[in-house]
Ligand binder design. Structure first.
Ligand code: BEZ
Ligand code: FE
Length: 285
């Protein structure tokens, strides 16, 4: 056998041996779910490295990227969640954990701008502060079960961007709830409230995740949407979003949150825009 073939064969076996050694170590030392997770992580991580064969400089760049991602996290900013979002991992976790029967309203990401404790409003209220511009819309519909029966007393927790493309949670005062609110369905399952048509906005682009998106030739826009978190006794909590059908970013959401069934149309009426939408909840198991 020529010398170069011997080097190739022994390098390949050293590469395989390190993977086998890690797998053996995990098998010997861990058990249960941890063992399952570590075995799969090892196989996939080593498989990725084997497939792309990073140079040492590339691997150091990847480690620097993760280090910078960690440094960008604090009480108000979670760059690792943004990384998970922009890699589609958050939506995959969401899909796996929210498998729903045909006819149920589909879920989407909660996102970082949800604030607990939004004011409770009566149906018919306007969620916008007086100074808020934008197009006024009436949103109305029913919360029902899979058989079409009304769910009374369901709470809809709503939040969205203002016309300046910012959420109340991004307000420096830290205590704004503009365009956020909680509504409760009546005996007929109906809800209705006024708000402003949401606008498209960018997810934070000034950190390592923004740099990654640019390097990959991607933008950081999310198509306009309104967030809803629905809860009702005896039903699975539903976290979802309704996307505006005329948005240019519908097909390229930076966090992959759009589902066809969640794309809605605002109808122009003499009284302004109107959106009618029913939510279908599933019984808690
Ligand atoms: C949002 O929809 O609010 C959102 C989701 C993921 C990342 C950033 C924002
Ligand atoms: Fe959002």
């Amino acid at each position: 056998m020529p010398k170069s073939a011997r080097i190739d064969a022994s390098a390949a076996s050293a590469e395989d041996e390190v993977t086998r050694a890690v797998l053996r170590r995990v098998e010997e030392s861990s058990e249960g779910r941890m063992r399952e997770l570590m075995l799969s992580l090892t196989r996939h991580l080593h498989g990725f490295i084997r497939e792309v064969e990073p140079s040492e400089a590339e691997w150091m760049a990847a480690i620097r990227f993760l280090t910078e991602t960690g440094k960008k996290c604090d009480e108000r900013r979670q760059e690792f969640i943004l990384l998970s979002d922009t890699l589609g991992a958050t939506m995959l976790i969401d899909a796996i954990n929210n498998r729903k029967p045909e006819g149920a309203t589909e879920s989407s990401v909660l996102g970082p701008f949800y604030q607990e404790g939004a004011p409770a409003y009566d149906n018919g209220a306007d969620l916008a502060d007086a100074a808020t511009g934008g197009e006024r819309v009436l949103i109305a519909g029913r919360v029902i079960d899979l058989d079409g029966a009304a769910i009374a007393g369901a709470e809809l927790d709503v939040w969205q961007t203002a016309p300046d493309a910012l959420y109340a949670a991004q307000d420096a005062s830290g205590d704004s709830f503009n365009l956020c609110g909680r509504l409760t369905t009546g005996a007929d399952g109906r809800y209705w409230f006024y708000t402003r048509k949401p606008v498209s906005y960018t997810v934070p682009g000034d950190g390592p995740v923004g740099a990654m998106l640019s390097a990959a030739g991607r933008h950081n826009w999310r198509p306009a949407h309104i967030h809803f978190k629905l809860s009702a006794s005896g039903y699975e909590t539903l976290v979802t979003q309704l996307f505006t059908d005329d948005d240019p970013y519908l097909g390229s959401d930076a966090v992959f949150g759009v589902k066809d069934s969640l794309v809605v149309h605002y109808v122009a009426t003499d009284d302004g825009l109107r959106l009618d939408h029913d939510f279908v909840m599933t019984a808690a198991s």
